[in-house]
Design a protein around this ligand. Structure first.
Ligand code: CA
Length: 374
């Protein structure tokens, strides 16, 4: 009996506590509602930030995405965060964007992480890997497979916070004035090709030349370079490469899904109110799909223009050439990973995810692609 009575007391007091807590919570909620309803005593702080980009001003897709991101943040924040976007060279030279943001000279930057290989070779893996993951898989690795975490850890060393803001999809292989029938055709070939892909060309006996976007056309026309890659049909058409090169090769094995980035000074980002941080994050997500959809929808339109109106000779790399390039890419990757601890760390995450997602792809994308010709 005693025991039973005690339990009843315990139960009653628990219930009383619960009711008390519930009452407190209700009062809290009421207070919160009245705060929202009340006129703000202090106006919220507004911020004016600057974003430097690696692109020419308002450059199709890449630069447009930066402009749009600034507009979206302005609207979502009701004018509390204004971002002024600068083309490459307007405030700092394009390839100094990383340092400018890292050092806090400006708050934000926009580019592709393989431009910063000189700062840390590991940055390259967040842009693209030759014969690596495509846009869908890169996006899955970054957002869902732990990629963003290793990216944030790497960039924190430079006082930066990275955000994915787009993906080009599989790029084109490039513009050539001679046919590529075997790997030996790369011997002595001077090609404008950035990043790890350039290292692969060098291993094949060619030389990778670095030229800023504005110089490529003239260099190709004058024979300073024999070949170039750029992006895809939309951008390549606007550059006019079809006027100075005969063959347009595919696929872009060196850039199978270029991930674009925005980076924010970490001290400045951490000091922002939480809602503005989330607004930046949401705008970056939107930008990621804006860019991807622009590339995927515009490229095919311009490929048709190039082939049907400009009589460009569209050619596939022979299978054996791709096999040889893939082998050389493996060697390049191994060298990078073995010579740098950060690259090893990022590569471990990248390659483990790739293995997993490839297994899934076998029964989905790859199996489905076979039905295209049925
Ligand atoms: Ca490219």
């Amino acid at each position: 009996m005693e025991e039973k009575k005690d339990k009843t007391v315990e139960k009653t007091s628990t219930r009383r506590d619960f009711l008390k807590k519930a009452a407190v919570t209700t009062a809290g909620a009421a207070a919160a509602v009245s705060t929202i309803g009340a006129p703000a005593v202090h106006a919220k702080k507004t911020y004016t930030w600057r974003m430097v980009t690696t692109w020419p001003p308002h450059f199709p897709v890449f630069g447009e995405a930066a402009d749009k991101l600034a507009e979206w943040v302005d609207v979502m924040s009701q004018g509390r965060l204004k971002i002024q976007v600068y083309g490459g060279g307007e405030l700092v030279p394009p390839l100094q964007a990383f340092d400018a943001v890292s050092q806090g000279m400006v708050e934000m930057g926009h580019g592709a992480s393989y431009y910063w290989a000189g700062k840390s070779p590991a940055t390259q893996f967040f842009a693209q890997v030759p014969f690596g993951m495509n846009a869908q898989q890169m996006t899955a690795w970054i957002y869902g497979g732990g990629g963003l975490k290793v990216w944030e850890e790497l960039y924190a060393k430079f006082n930066l916070v990275p955000f994915p803001v787009g993906n080009s999809g599989v790029q084109m292989g490039g513009w050539f004035n001679k046919e590529i029938n075997s790997i030996n055709d790369y011997k002595g070939l001077k090609m404008r090709i950035p990043g790890l892909g350039g290292k692969v060309i060098a291993k094949a006996g060619g030389s990778a030349v670095l030229s800023a976007g504005g110089e490529i056309y003239t260099n190709l026309e004058r024979g300073v370079i024999d070949a170039t890659e750029w992006v895809g049909p939309y951008h390549d058409y606007l550059m006019g490469f079809h006027k100075v090169a005969k063959y347009y090769y595919y696929p872009g094995w060196h850039e199978p899904g270029l991930n674009l980035e925005m980076f924010v000074n970490k001290s400045k980002f951490d000091a922002l109110p939480k809602d503005l941080q989330e607004i930046i994050r949401a705008a970056a997500y939107r930008s990621h799909w804006f860019e991807f959809a622009e590339f995927e929808s515009k490229n095919v339109e311009y490929l048709n223009k190039l082939v049907n109106e400009e009589n460009v000779k569209l050619k596939a790399f022979p299978d054996q050439v791709l096999k040889d390039l893939k082998k050389l890419s493996g060697e390049v990757l191994q060298e990078v990973v073995e010579s740098d601890a950060d690259s090893r760390k990022v590569w471990d995450s990248y390659s483990a995810f790739r293995k997993k997602v490839s297994q899934w792809s076998e029964v989905t994308e790859q199996a489905y692609a076979k039905t295209f010709d049925m």
